[in-house]
Write a protein that binds this ligand. Structure first.
Ligand SMILES: Cc1cc2nc3c(=O)[nH]c(=O)nc-3n(C[C@H](O)[C@H](O)[C@H](O)COP(=O)(O)OP(=O)(O)OC[C@H]3O[C@@H](n4cnc5c(N)ncnc54)[C@H](O)[C@@H]3O)c2cc1C
Length: 349
């Protein structure tokens, strides 16, 4: 493998491209290149790929659908994309089933698979872009539900131990947009996720307009109708990455001490807050960005969406560096006005 030449080689179970463009592999659609891009299609091939001397000697980045990443530079090494596919029921318990999903499956396709087989639980997580393998990384969540509520086990290649490991839900240390995998980013390559999916259960319709959407659809609540309501809400509220480059919410909602939240609300009574773990409060980052005058702001082709203040967009030919510079401007404005430092949700490369 000579990283200085451009070429394509297909090995059993994986494909290697040298000097590969990543522009079509990130939803911001910013330009970036990888010295080597490997698509792993056979589960067992990952260990072979990671043992290649070039891969061992150079920086390694794992890429899924690129919907939670901002490339601000080329990648000086190997980018590995897990492109394995399979969904299998491992154990049917009647009231629930344990389902194994290969990391390369598309998350939204898997949600639809679960709905079509009568499972309940993933309906609020419909239309989240990306792969199943990335879902545990930031513990994807939306409309009052998180993936961690259903994940039983994560199977991963442990690069330190050079073997496959199985991590149960507790070992994954899931929290709001967080997990063990974010804290040890160079250690685990997720190969499959096993989820315990119930066939009945409480539906979450009390969140962000779901009940109102169901009423306007003239529907009673069931897993498929809640999924349809959430899909309609998301389609209306979030800019579509197929039309305008973005990575969804660019900032996390900051979690602060209750006393500080109260102080802020005294000064800004309209600031929305929600309860978080251990008595803390979560603040609306979108509201603070809008109140800082940054909604809809544009610097060249990098912009803050005028549809949703939490979403940064690429209007056309922005580079990752330009988007990141604008993100830092947003952080500075919110810090100045509210004394809160916003933390980016995507991985900045
Ligand atoms: C329009 C839009 C809406 C969104 N809405 C939501 C939302 O509602 N809720 C939410 O939580 N997120 C949301 N996101 C963010 C994104 O969809 C999720 O974070 C998703 O899980 C990213 O998946 P991906 O495969 O694209 O990961 P990538 O962007 O490719 O990677 C993200 C991170 O995971 C790592 N990674 C990926 N695959 C693996 C693997 N197999 N093993 C180890 N590490 C891996 C990468 O190295 C990187 O650090 C949204 C994004 C967009 C564009």
């Amino acid at each position: 493998m000579n990283p200085r030449t451009t070429g394509v080689a297909t090995e059993p179970g994986y494909t290697v491209v040298e000097n590969a463009s990543l522009e079509g592999r990130n939803t911001f659609r910013v330009p970036a290149r990888a010295e080597i891009l490997v698509d792993v299609r056979r589960p067992g091939a990952l260990a072979e790929v990671l043992a290649i001397p070039y891969v061992q000697r150079n920086p390694l980045l794992i890429l899924g659908g690129g919907s939670n990443m901002l490339f601000t530079r080329d990648w000086p090494g190997t980018v590995v994309c897990i492109a394995t596919h399979d969904i299998r029921v491992l154990d049917d318990l009647g009231h629930a089933a344990l389902v194994r999903v290969e990391a390369g499956e598309n998350w939204n396709d898997f949600v639809h698979w679960s709905l079509s087989r009568g499972f309940v639980g993933l309906e609020n997580l419909v239309l989240i872009p990306g792969s199943v393998g990335a879902a545990p990384i930031q513990n994807i969540g939306a409309y009052g539900r998180e993936a961690s509520q259903f994940i039983a086990t994560v199977e991963a290649w442990d690069r330190q131990a050079a073997r496959l490991v199985r991590l149960d839900n507790t070992s994954c240390r899931f929290a709001y947009r967080d997990s063990l995998f974010k804290h040890e980013p160079d250690r685990y390559v997720i190969t499959a996720v096993e989820l315990l999916l119930p066939r009945a259960g409480e539906l979450r319709t009390d969140y962000a307009g779901i009940a109102e959407e169901l009423a306007s659809m003239n529907c009673t609540a069931s897993a498929p109708t809640v999924a349809e309501a959430v899909a309609r809400l998301r389609t209306r509220k979030l800019p579509n990455p197929a039309l305008i480059g973005n990575a969804g919410s660019f900032f996390k909602n900051p979690v602060v001490a209750a006393a500080f939240a109260l102080e802020l609300q005294r000064e800004h009574p309209a600031l929305p807050t929600w309860s978080a773990d251990d008595g803390a409060r979560k603040l609306s980052a979108a509201w603070m960005i809008e109140a800082s005058g940054m909604k809809g702001v544009r610097d060249g082709d990098a912009g803050v969406s005028d549809q949703h203040a939490l979403v940064l967009v690429n209007h056309g030919r922005a580079t990752g560096e330009q988007v990141w510079a604008l993100a830092q401007q947003v952080q500075a404005k919110v810090l100045e006005r509210f004394g809160v430092m916003l933390e980016p949700e995507p991985i900045i490369v």
